[in-house]
Design a protein around this ligand. Sequence first.
Ligand SMILES: Cc1ncc(COP(=O)(O)O)c(C=O)c1O
Length: 419
Amino acid sequence: MLPKALLSRGAALAALDLSLPVRTAQRAASSVTIPPPACMLQPLEVPTRYLFGPGPSNVSPRVLAAGGRPIIGHLHPEMYQIMNDIKKGIQYAFQTSNNMTLSMSGSGHTAMECAVFNTVEPGESVLVSINGVWGERVAEIAERMGGKVHTLVKSPGGHFTNEEIEKALAKHKPVLFFLTHGESSAGLVHPIDGIGDLCRKHNCLFLVDSVASLGAAPLLMDQQNIDILYTGSQKALNAPPGTAPISFNDRACHKMFNRKTKPVSYLLDMTHLSNYWGNDGKPARDYHHTGPVSGFFTLRESLAILAEKGLENSWRQHKEVAEYLWKGIEDLGLKLFIKDKDLRLPSVTTIAIPEGYNWRELLTYMMKHHQMEMTGGLGPSIGMVIRVGLMGYNCSKPNADKALAALADALKHCPKSKA
Ligand SMILES: Cc1ncc(COP(=O)(O)O)c(C=O)c1O
């Protein structure tokens, strides 16, 4: 007979009812005042959709299958081997030889908080560039933990010159400067060259968010002197949401392991995480938290796919498909939000809301009639853009054609009305 835990809930209840003596069953029934919810006795329903928004993206059957492998213990030697493989995969994807490379157990926000919490102490100056929602979030994270936050602000789609950045570094003398490489709320890929050198000159750590750009647009952590880099699993990296690779170089390690105060979060404390990932040189890895075993399987598989394909091929593929999509969008009479082609993010394209249309109606129409997700703006770009993401497994010209056909259909059928 199967152990009770392995029976389905309905079957387990039935088995209980049949086997328990009446008195025990009555006592059990009387102690339970909240009945099993009807929805929980129904099978899980998950629709099949085209996820052509800014993420999560559809993932390959190979990655899905990896997530369906049997669970093993998070401290088993085989799991350590898988984590070691993930570390190597991230080092390749980030183009870094940093020892302090690992994955967070959590989404991109976990990596954002980990980076800030570990490298900034209360009262220290932090400089955050804001040209969309992600800078706003990091500024709030740094403020919440007691950082003295200074901001460099542009409207969504704007970018910062190295001169502007250097001026602000000299003025605010931050310990950390934050920049978003792929600003997914605006559809902008920010130039990186030279900024790491400026941060070194001004004795500051350079923190870069590549959640929406890793694997889709060129980024070279070591060559571009990025001190801390993080990404998320669910975009071009193309695994399910819930894990977030991050890497710290020696400068960042020196700052975070010579603090006067403990980081505000126990879960995100890099002293513990570096041990959990076998990065601290200690002979044993101790229990810190239970990592997302299935999530790490899928992350490993997505990093393996990237390694097999090759980073440069992945960058090329995203650019080619994006250019094909951009032309199709313009052929429909729509305008791209980012005017300069070189500043357009290949993974997430932003379309200026066509005049006279209600963007919500367009998105609702595509979901209803094409089972296709595209999304509106986020934070300061709400009401300005529609976002189309073709990333990883979804990054193909046939999928771009599907997206264009859905857009054309929505434009035809959604009556022009006030947005
Ligand atoms: C550029 C960027 N940074 C950070 C995040 C946050 O990631 P998550 O939603 O996985 O927490 C996102 C998510 O869309 C993003 O696009």
